[in-house]
Design a protein around this ligand. Structure first.
Ligand code: NAP
Length: 482
């Protein structure tokens, strides 16, 4: 048989899946994209200063090196251009149905197929369903009293309203994570006054960015080993960070010393600033951030870093626990994403009508983040426990695409749907949760953990270990009877 495949999403994950399948000769692929353009998170996050904090020679597909990155740490428009270039080169676009949201999917045991329900048009029936909707795609707005009463414009960093002119305005930024530390320095020079509301400060280390000149581009192009060396260096550095987060407290204390020196030096311009921005939790527990311009922005005279908790929002500003109102014309939510709500809000019904979200009521789990018992022929790209604390997610996505390719090739040979054996998944889940329980991520709250405290996003070891272990073995699966 030639399996038909539906892929949901056109970010790095969706593209990796489609390209791998096409390379193996499978062309009966339809891709559903809720927006009218490709790119996933790199299409949506257009906030000023948006950039990747993993160097591009590593944050790119291994099969599509790109010698002409303008910077080591690429800005969002360049990454989106790269995604478009890849989609075009590998003939992905003709498979995509734009402005089509998948609202749900159910497995028909008699037919051994998935029926995919769409926001537009008739349901589509396929053999294999691949979700590639990401972990960081649905903005999270905290539940703060009075938020809906605010009279001015208010928007999330991932839904930046470029029609709002910030020049000379009083702007309140809520949150100080990876997104905020990028857009705060970008908007600080133009706004009238900036109030940055910090609940927990991030650890920062210098961003060793550099421009790649025309000479670099020529060398990268003519001597591909040089680009490969740059890629390999950053692979090594990020694997080193993973060692620190999971295995080595002493390596972690070295990084902490670098961070402290960097942050103290940058905060020296404003008395009392270092004491406010220096974190007290275990380094690495929340994502460590690369930035050389965030603290200098906080040190500017038109910026207040507010560390009092927020008690309410009024039509005219933000009130903190000490009763002070911080007046604002605009509120920007830098409050992150609903990272632990995998595959929401889609309804996914597996064998016997089992609801995936019921199965995951205590927290999402899947075999190497990809397959789930009772959900035959369902695949998840960037699923539970496949995030990396510092590396390139694209490295993980390629390993998942390879697994998917092997699975679909097997299915093409046998023609019978497979479901993961429950005991395989259980043994795997217990093993990785045991590893995670002693990792640094268990030591504070963050988007890595769900409301129960379970770490559902991160992989507990090195990227290299994921790539080596996540290999399709038909023995892990049982044939599903129709
Ligand atoms: P985030 O890291 O989850 O940060 C959210 C911020 O909002 C935190 O500072 C959080 O404080 C704060 N917050 C949440 N609820 C709040 C409340 N009720 N009151 C006050 N503050 C509140 O989100 P993000 O900055 O959007 O980044 C999310 C992830 O996206 C990153 O970790 C990264 O993986 C990815 N990202 C990557 C890049 C890149 O360069 N590759 C850039 C941006 C984002 P607490 O810490 O106290 O919860």
């Amino acid at each position: 048989m030639t399996p038909s495949v539906a892929v949901i999403g056109t970010g790095f994950g969706g593209l990796a899946a489609v390209i791998e399948l096409k390379k193996r000769g499978f062309d009966d692929i339809v891709v559903f994209e809720k927006a009218d353009d490709i790119g996933g998170t790199w299409r949506d996050n257009t906030y000023p200063g948006a950039a990747c904090d993993v160097p591009s020679p590593f944050y790119s597909y291994s099969f599509e090196p790109f010698p002409v990155w303008p910077h080591r740490f690429s800005r969002q428009p360049v990454i989106l251009d790269y995604i478009r270039h890849v989609a075009d080169k590998y003939d992905v676009l003709r498979h995509i149905r734009f402005s089509t949201e998948v609202v749900g999917a159910s497995y028909d045991a008699d037919a051994g197929k998935w029926t995919v329900e769409l926001s537009e048009g008739e349901p589509v029936v396929v053999d294999v369903l691949v979700s590639a909707v990401g972990q960081l795609s649905r903005p999270s707005y905290p539940d703060i009293a009075g938020a809906e009463t605010f009279a001015g414009p208010a928007f999330h960093s991932a839904e930046w309203d470029h029609d709002v002119d910030l020049a000379g305005k009083r702007v309140a930024v809520i949150g100080t994570g990876a997104s905020a530390i990028q857009f705060v320095p970008a908007i600080q020079p133009e706004v009238g006054h900036l109030s940055v509301f910090q609940r927990t400060p991030p650890y920062l280390i210098p961003r060793l960015d550099r421009e790649f000149s025309r000479m670099h581009h020529t060398v990268f192009e003519k001597v591909p080993a040089t680009l490969l060396a740059e890629r390999g260096t950053w692979y090594g550095v990020t694997e080193g960070l993973s060692v620190a987060w999971v295995y080595s407290k002493s390596l972690s204390s070295g990084i902490k010393a670098v961070s402290k020196r960097h942050m103290r030096k940058q905060a020296a311009a404003k008395p009392g600033l270092f004491e406010k921005v220096w974190p007290t939790y275990q380094l690495g527990c929340k994502r460590i951030l690369f930035s050389s311009d965030y603290i200098p922005a906080l040190a500017q005279p038109n910026v207040d870093l507010v560390t009092e908790g927020i008690s309410e929002i009024t039509p005219t500003g933000v009130v903190t626990a000490d009763g002070q109102e911080h007046e604002a014309d605009v509120i920007i939510w830098g409050t992150g994403f609903k990272a632990t709500e995998f595959l929401a809000p889609m309804s996914i019904k597996g064998d016997g009508g089992r609801d995936l979200h019921d199965e995951w009521s205590e927290g999402a789990h899947a075999y190497y983040g990809m397959t789930v018992p009772s959900f035959p022929n369902l695949f998840i790209m960037y699923g539970p426990n496949t995030n990396t604390g510092g590396g390139s997610i694209i490295y993980f996505l390629e390993a998942q695409a390879r697994y998917l390719g092997d699975y679909v090739a097997h299915l093409a040979g046998t023609g019978t749907p497979l479901a993961l054996k429950p005991e395989v998944e259980q043994e795997y889940d217990e093993r990785i949760q045991a590893q995670l329980s002693t990792s640094v991520w268990s030591m504070c709250s963050s988007w890595y953990r769900n409301a129960n405290g379970r770490i559902t996003t991160n992989w507990p070891a090195l990227g290299r270990q994921y790539k080596a272990q996540a290999k399709f073995d038909p023995a892990d699966y049982e044939v599903v009877s129709r």
